[in-house]
Design a protein around this ligand. Structure first.
Ligand SMILES: [Zn+2]
Length: 126
């Protein structure tokens, strides 16, 4: 294992952008039909290995920082949905008037929910 440690010394390794490139490669390799398009899906894999083995750590870190800034709304969406799914004591609804997320306690039967932002009311089963 010492040869691997020596080989990887000073190289960038993996990060969030690298994982995103690998996931993109897997999706493309499963979805793209035809021989020519299969070669196209190798581009994300090549980029992953290029970044993984790169010794230009500062540039790779800057690329990852830009990726994280651009992908933050997507990560934020999934974090929010995951937190809502794990919350067993509340139900979440979206206001039809202003798209505001409304949180109400579970197990209260049929209730009328008033949006605090726009005043719109909806009746739901909790
Ligand atoms: Zn509203």
């Amino acid at each position: 294992m010492n040869w691997l440690r020596n080989f990887m010394a000073g190289r960038y390794g993996s990060d969030q952008l690298g994982w995103a490139l690998l996931i993109l490669y897997l999706f493309l390799s499963l979805l793209l039909p035809g021989k020519f398009l299969r070669y196209l899906c190798l581009i994300p894999l090549f980029l992953f290995w290029f970044r993984f083995l790169s010794r230009n750590v500062l540039s790779r870190a800057a690329e990852n920082r830009i990726f994280l800034q651009k992908a933050e709304p997507v990560f934020s969406f999934f974090r929010k949905k995951s937190a809502q799914y794990r919350d067993r004591e509340h139900r979440y609804y979206t206001c039809p008037g202003c798209r505001q997320t409304l949180r109400v306690p579970r197990g209260r039967g049929r209730i009328t929910i008033t949006c605090p932002k726009c005043g719109c009311t909806i009746t739901k089963n909790t």
